[in-house]
Design a protein around this ligand. Structure first.
Ligand code: SF4
Ligand code: MG
Length: 339
């Protein structure tokens, strides 16, 4: 499939009292129609800022580089134009639907209004559309529930309302920023399945932003792992899980709960904390936490601390690391021999 969104050399800088903060640095990626790009990282890795920049919602930040949606350059577009594209061609859902829903209007009114603004449809057509959408996202008795207020919905149902609103205008790109983080595991799975179903039916391109590689494993086709505002690793999802090349990705994978784990073994989180963007180091941002660098000979260790690793590609697998992990060579046993 063709990319619908292409991002090149995206850099987002905030001016703060304590100096400029480069929240996103020289990032590039693309998202294809009908596919999901998972963007993974800890808080402060730049993943949310990236999505806000794509949506043109990066208030007060300086954005350089290029963002093209279906061949159209978005960077430098006037707010009026961006406002038209938002909702109509790209939409976003967040962790907390309540922050995006108005408490004093019914959900049906809000979806209908959104549709009216972008399509210029009449009131009754917009209202019908709202009820249809609520049904499509799996809300039972949609005609009745359209007349209810956001607080009358459970967390999971509220996220369905947000998805209905986001998709009411049939955008080509949906950005979902931690859409299931606040939900319990069962509801989380239902929402992810819903997004996957809608994606298939509509050929939607999806950016799924998450700190959870379990979510990525479930929905993503391609993965971008971010660290300190930069790309650490990019790969098709199967390659990433089978053979992570960046020590940070490896650490994230090691801290995933496994089905075969003996019950009370604690998760191995990566020790240390995310880098300060105010005082970036000249070398690899992950160096202070990197066990691989710590175990390396002094000269290699020095390089990690002093020289920023550039992205290198092997096939579709891209990594920024001086000492990337290589897939373990699997020894194949001869078959059919006598035991
Ligand atoms: Fe670790 Fe060095 Fe690779 Fe950075 S460049 S992830 S510090 S091995
Ligand atoms: Mg975030």
């Amino acid at each position: 499939p063709q990319p619908i969104l292409d991002v090149h050399d995206l850099t987002v800088t905030f001016r703060t009292e304590r100096g400029p903060v480069r929240a996103v640095d020289s990032l590039g990626f693309s998202v294809r129609r009908g596919q999901t790009l998972g963007i993974v990282g800890e808080s402060g890795s730049g993943k949310s800022v990236t999505s806000l920049a794509v949506m043109g919602l990066h208030r007060g930040a300086e954005v350089t580089g290029s963002i093209t949606l279906d061949g159209r350059q978005l960077t430098g577009l006037a707010e009026r134009e961006l406002g038209r594209l938002r909702g109509r061609r790209m939409a976003m859902i967040f962790q907390d639907p309540l922050s995006s829903l108005h408490p004093y209007y019914t959900v049906g009114e809000q979806i209908a209004e959104h549709h009216r603004v972008h399509f210029g449809s009449g009131r009754s057509a917009a209202r019908r559309r709202a009820v249809d959408m609520l049904g499509e996202v799996g809300i039972p008795e949609p005609a009745r529930r359209a007349g209810e207020y956001p607080h009358q919905f459970s967390g999971g149902m509220r996220q369905r309302v947000m998805i209905a609103m986001a998709l009411a205008c049939e955008p080509e790109l949906l950005i979902a920023d931690e859409p299931t983080t606040a939900l319990d595991v069962t509801v989380q799975a239902q929402i992810l399945d819903l997004i996957a179903r809608l994606q298939e039916e509509r050929g939607l391109a999806v950016i799924m932003i998450t700190h959870d590689l379990g979510v990525v494993a479930r929905v993503a086709h391609d993965v971008l792992v971010m660290y300190g505002g930069r790309a650490a690793e990019q790969a098709p999802v199967n390659d990433l899980f089978a053979a992570p090349a960046h020590p940070y990705t490896r650490g994230l994978l090691d801290s995933l709960p496994r089905l075969d784990d003996s019950d009370d073994e604690p998760l191995r989180a990566i020790p240390g904390s995310p880098p300060s963007l105010l005082t970036p180091t000249p070398g690899c941002a992950f160096a202070p936490r990197c066990a691989r660098a710590a175990a390396a000979p002094a000269d290699a260790r020095g390089r990690c601390a002093e020289v920023r690793p550039q992205l290198t590609a092997e096939g579709g697998h891209v990594v920024a690391c001086h000492l990337p992990l290589r897939p373990a060579t699997t020894k194949t046993q001869p078959r059919g021999g006598t035991p």
